[in-house]
Design a protein around this ligand. Sequence first.
Ligand SMILES: [Zn+2]
Length: 276
Amino acid sequence: MTLRTIVPLVLLLCWSSTALAERSARIVIDPGHGGSQDGAKGPGSLQEKEVVLQLAKRLREKLQKEVGAQVFLTREKDGTLPLPERVQFANGKRPDVFLSIHANSMPTKKLRERIEGIETYFLSATASGAGARSVADRENADGPASQAVQSDSTLNFIIHDLVRMEAHAGSSRLAYAIHQQLISATGATDRGVLQAPFFVLTGVEAPAVLIEVGYISHPQEGTQLGRAEYQEKLVSAITEGVKTFLGEVSKRDASKAEEAPAKPAEGEPVARPASL
Ligand SMILES: [Zn+2]
C-alpha cells in the first residue's frame, strides 16, 4: 500500500464523515445526453436532451433556494459530454447526492401510445427485470463499449469499491424518498423504484439515482414534460425527496455523534461513513 493510494482515500473518508449539519449539502445534477446525443424523441420537435437540461436548471434553482445546497450541473448547454467525464466531474465535487435526469421512451408506435409513468433507478449489477435492463442499455449507449476500471492498483479499486457499497445503501433510500414525492405530486403512473446497471451511476462515490421523469414518447405525458408548469411540479417533488433524504442523513450524523465511539446503531454496519 503506497502513500499515493492511502492519502486520497483517507481524505475521501474524512469528507464523508464531516457532519452534514455543519455545512451546506453538495449536489451534482446530471442532465442526460446533449450535443450529438439527442436521447429520446417526443411529440413534435421535443427532445430528451433539451427537456432534461431545462429540468436540471429549474432543479438547481429550487435546491439552492429550498435546501441551501451548493449545486453543480455536469453540463450547462447542449454539448456532447461522455459518461466517464460526467462521473469524474461528479466525484471532483465530492457530492452528498448525485441526480441523473432522463426521460424515457418506447420503441414501437403501439407502445409509445400506451406506456407512460415515472421510474426511479439506483445502481445494481443486475437489472430488476427485462424492462429495467433495456432502459439501462439505452441510457448506456452514449458510453464506452467496455466499462474499464479506472484504477492504478487492485487495492485502490477494492477500497473505492467499499466506499461505493456504502453509497449503495444511501442510493436506495434516496431513490425511494424522491420517487414517493414524484408520484404523489404529479399523479403520474407509478412504474416503481428499480435497479439496473447504469454506467453513469457506477463510478459515483455518493448516493446516486437516475430519474426517468416520464415517457417523452407518450403523446400526453411527452407534451406535458415540455411544459414549464409540469417541470416545476417535477423539480419541487425531487427537491422534497432530496430534503427528506438529507434530513435523515443529518439525523443519523447527530445520533452517531451522541453515541459512544465504538457502539454502532442497532442493525447498522460498524464502519459506515456518516454521510452516506
Ligand atoms: Zn436518457
